[in-house]
Design a binder for this molecule. Structure first.
Ligand SMILES: Cc1ncc(COP(=O)(O)O)c(C=O)c1O
Length: 404
């Protein structure tokens, strides 16, 4: 249990395990295994070797000098985009695939939104010789067709979920349905800090390396802690990984960027912490975008990895305690940040990470209005933008921007 986990499986009043009794034995088995292996030095060594030799850790902490100069701040980027498969998701997939091996489960399944978690799962499964099936919403399969192909190329079986508009929520539902009938030989590699206990704690544990490395690197490079750290929040895994390194440092602001989409009316956004209410979604008690009758809202975001109507329960707790703040970033602001980092710094960020960049930019300009001279910040660059290039081009050309 970590500091903010007050009862096992709970973060304040959020979290828990709200699932069919069919899944309880598997969740118990996983909880026991997680407790055992997270303390086991041989397991930690094997996992750390995979992170180093296969995934490419530690990732760089990069001083983005051009953006720093443009914004009038010291801006550092935690380069999770440089990891094998192109995003932070591989940290968790390697860890959970290794756990599946220890649990002697020959098959893994996953849900995926942007396809990054699916690709990372398929990659880990290929490496560890596990059978793999990935569920992906049909709309996401359209937006991220290349990732659909990458997963198949890696040997995974890819199944479209939901109707034509199917997104991450539909993919999670299908994966949970599969798991209920296959739990004896299948491990479900949940892709974010969501779902029933122990997933929010387990997924955070595998991503805590982001915050641990960041803290060490920024102190080594600057001799001090940052004024604020930023991360985008879909389910919230890269944010929890980053925040976990700074949770006890009260002088460091923790800021999560949710998808503000095209507006704040129902169906236009995925800003769960800003616009949602507490409720149960896909196995845990957390903030949920829902109507008065508890029916889950449709959600939208320019980025497939952020359009989820729930959020990790620890984020709900951090919001309620005031330790972290969450802002909504519109599709247009994210797209502008996507372009700004590309042309200013020579780094094409994922559209998800572009939300964190836009939130950081807004924060820096607000701070300067308040008279703060040159704030120093760290932004989690959770993934690279190659997967988004075709969609971004389509949207930018729709806005009348011409590329020659
Ligand atoms: C690059 C990238 N960043 C962020 C996310 C959002 O996930 P999370 O909030 O769990 O970090 C995704 C999800 O697919 C992603 O692909």
């Amino acid at each position: 249990m970590n500091q903010s986990e007050i009862r096992e499986g709970y973060f304040g009043r959020y979290g828990g395990r709200f699932v069919s009794e069919l899944l309880i034995p598997a969740l118990e088995e996983l909880t026991t295994a997680f407790k055992k292996y997270s303390r086991d030095s041989a397991f930690k060594k094997e996992y750390n070797n995979l992170l180093r030799e296969f995934a490419g850790r530690p990732t760089l902490m990069y001083h983005a000098r051009n953006i720093s100069e443009k914004w009038g701040a010291d801006v550092y980027l935690k380069r999770e985009d440089l990891l094998h498969t192109g995003s932070h998701k591989i940290n968790n997939c390697l860890g959970q695939a290794l756990l599946a091996k220890k649990l002697k489960k020959p098959r893994v399944i996953a849900e995926t939104g942007a396809g990054q978690h699916g690709v990372a799962t398929a990659t880990a499964a290929a490496l560890m010789k596990l059978e793999c099936c990935v569920y992906m919403g049909n709309e996401d399969l359209r937006r991220q067709a290349l990732n659909g192909f990458r997963m198949r190329l890696l040997g995974a079986f890819v199944v479209g979920a939901g109707d034509q508009m199917g997104t991450l929520r539909d993919a999670v539902n299908e994966a949970l349905r599969d798991w209920s009938s296959s739990v004896d030989h299948t491990h479900y590699i949940v892709g974010s800090v969501i779902g029933p206990h122990p997933f929010p704690s387990l997924v955070k544990w595998f991503h805590a390396v982001i915050g641990r490395e960041s803290k060490k690197q920024i102190i080594r490079m600057t001799g001090k802690l940052p004024d604020a750290v930023f991360a985008c929040v879909g389910g919230g895994s890269n944010a929890m990984g980053m925040f976990s390194g700074f949770l006890t440092e009260s002088g460091v602001d923790l800021i999560g960027a949710e998808a503000g989409g095209t507006g704040m009316k129902k169906g236009e956004h995925s800003s769960t912490l800003k616009m949602g209410k507490p409720g149960v979604l896909q196995g845990c008690y957390t903030y949920v975008l829902q109507n008065k009758a508890g029916i889950v809202d449709n959600v939208h975001s320019i980025s497939a990895g952020l359009d989820y109507p729930g959020v990790g329960p620890e984020h709900a707790h951090l919001l309620e305690t005031g330790r972290a703040k969450y802002v909504a970033i519109s599709d247009d602001s994210a797209l502008a940040a996507f372009q700004e980092l590309s042309e200013t710094e020579g780094i094409i960020p994922a559209l998800e990470s572009s939300h964190a960049l836009a939130a950081a930019r807004n924060w820096v300009f607000d701070q300067k209005k308040l008279g703060r001279k040159k704030p120093m910040i760290v932004i989690s660059l959770s993934g690279r933008g190659d997967k988004d290039a075709a969609e971004a081009q389509r949207l930018m050309e729709k806005q009348g921007r011409v590329f020659q």
